[in-house]
Ligand binder design. Structure first.
Ligand code: B12
Ligand code: SF4
Length: 444
């Protein structure tokens, strides 16, 4: 008998062919789990679809419906949710009859709202996907609501997910190999030991932090290097350097697999020293992403994320001649004063001056739905077209009028497209426009 089929697609929409494409670890790990349950898996990624109107729900509907399967699993982030629910409406209107299961950080954050407000979605998996997908594939649809971590339109019977297990499955990299990704990602741990209030990682992983056994990680690296010929890897863990000792161990283990592997990762500069960074660079680290989040220590203290900005910048300057560093700063926190804002701008300038190998990104805060800060300051959310964070989508091409209308109707679901109202938000935007940081800005 032929195995049943499931199609798993990655709908993390970047700007399409021509842009840097990255392997989606979430979709590929769920694909491995579905295969483990005996299913024949078709894997696809919207990043590779050559369409000029990729932000149009109809283009997404065309992609999602291009293969007639009994089960369609879709992986997404919050930045594409309004487009996705409209695409699903269109897909259903076009006669697609397969079961639709959503997963990933986006749907996970607003699972209850999605199934309650948007018909056509059969289930949303919250948090980890491996175990729920295997269970979903083993029982009939009318029993899906009984599975832990699965939310269905009958919602009431849904059960909360269980504690996160130690990740054991490797992503199905073989399914990705035919697509020609530019960047291959690797996971060595899940979750994060911290709980910054503007971030969804704590809710996505239930506030837990779990490390993969080193031998499993190395087996992935061997596969990537030996079978696929990959030499540059990005370690996608938020908590990679939470334990500098473990980060150093993994780094030297990577070197043992192959001496020519280069890699990049996220680091928490409050945790790692200049010595740690040099040690990582000695073991093939060529770049790090570091979240400064604000240039104001007072604001970071109020957020419960104390930081020593000078110490962090010193660490960057100590290694910036050998490791390129991508520093991100956020503005637009609900209680950010004009002074906090100025300190963020000054920090951005200071970091940019350190070296050509330091890149600074300044984002407006995107109020992600499951972030503690969004819940706490929900009443101060405002949706203003053209003023969404570049962390989600902002241009008329990325956020067409009919999609924006849907966003305006559902603040609880699409809060990431809103911004926090603060008395000085208008002035801050105006300043950023004048400095061309946000582009020329509206004609006055
Ligand atoms: C690597 C990464 C990227 C990569 C690769 C993304 C890709 N898929 O190709 C890049 C750099 C491209 C990226 C970009 C963005 N990212 Co990003 N990214 C991450 C990061 C650091 C790791 C993701 C990862 O691989 N995790 C490991 C895997 C195993 O976990 P997972 O994807 O969550 O998958 C599990 C479950 O979610 C679930 N699952 C996933 N898919 C599916 C599908 C089905 C059917 C089922 C049942 C289950 C399921 O099962 C999986 C296994 O347990 C996360 C932070 C984090 N730790 O999650 C941020 C994160 C996911 N990114 C985020 C955002 C907002 C973005 C951007 C929109 C930001 C921007 N504007 O630049 C862009 C959008 C993409 C684009 N422009 O193309 C947010 C998402 C917020 C949210 N709630 O949706 C996160 C959480 C960061 C944060 N703290 O805010 N990102
Ligand atoms: S912002 Fe970074 S350190 Fe803070 S909770 Fe999120 S992933 Fe962890």
């Amino acid at each position: 008998m032929k195995p049943a089929r499931i199609r798993i697609v990655n709908l993390v929409v970047n700007s399409g062919p021509g842009h840097v494409s990255s392997t989606p670890l979430g979709a590929l790990t769920v694909a491995a789990a579905a295969r483990g349950a005996g299913f024949d898996v078709i894997f696809d990624d919207y990043q590779f679809v050559p369409t000029a109107d990729r932000w149009e729900p109809s283009a997404m509907a065309g992609f999602l419906g291009s293969c007639d399967v009994p089960i369609l699993g879709i992986s997404a982030y919050e930045h594409v949710l309004p487009h996705l629910v409209m695409a699903i409406r269109e897909l259903r209107a076009g006669g697609f009859e397969g079961a639709i299961i959503l997963g990933g950080p986006g749907p996970s954050s607003v699972a209850d709202h999605l199934v309650a407000r948007f018909p056509g979605i059969d289930a949303v998996v919250t948090g980890e996907g491996e175990e729920p997908i295997q269970r979903l594939l083993k029982v009939p649809k009318d029993r899906w609501a009984l599975i832990e971590g699965v939310v269905t339109p009958t919602g009431a019977t849904s059960r909360p997910r269980r504690r996160m297990g130690r990740p054991v499955l490797s992503p199905a990299y073989d399914l990705a190999s035919r697509l020609g990704y530019d960047r291959f990602y690797l996971s060595t741990s899940r979750g994060c030991p911290y709980s910054c209030p503007y971030c969804t990682v704590p809710s996505q992983w239930g506030g837990e932090f779990s490390q993969r056994p080193t031998e499993d990680v190395l087996s992935d690296v061997r596969y990537l290097r030996q079978e696929l010929g990959i030499r540059t890897i990005h370690i996608a863990d938020d908590g990679f350097a939470a334990s500098p000792r473990r980060a150093r161990q993994i780094a030297s283990a990577l070197r043992e697999v192959s001496s020519d592997i280069e890699w990049t990762s996220y680091v928490n500069l409050n945790r790692v020293s200049s010595d740690d960074l040099h040690a990582l660079a000695d073991q093939g680290c060529i770049g790090v992403f570091a979240g400064f989040e604000s240039g104001s220590e007072a604001l970071l203290n109020r957020l419960g994320r104390p930081a020593d900005i000078r110490k962090m910048a010193t660490a960057v300057s100590a290694v910036c001649d050998r490791v390129w560093t991508d520093c991100s700063l956020i503005w637009g926190y609900p209680d950010e004063s004009m002074e906090d804002f100025r300190q963020t701008l000054m920090t951005a300038v200071w970091l940019s001056e350190l070296s050509d190998k330091v890149q600074v990104r300044l984002f407006q805060l995107a109020p992600l739905a499951s972030a503690a800060l969004t819940k706490r300051s929900f009443d101060s959310l405002r949706f203003v077209r053209g003023e969404t964070s570049a962390f989600t989508q902002t241009t008329p091409e990325q956020l067409p009028g009919h999609v924006a209308d849907l966003v305006a109707e559902h603040p609880e679901v699409f809060s990431a497209y809103y911004r926090f109202y603060t008395p000085e938000a208008v002035r801050k935007r105006e300043l950023l426009h004048r400095m061309y940081i946000l582009g020329r800005g509206p004609e006055r």
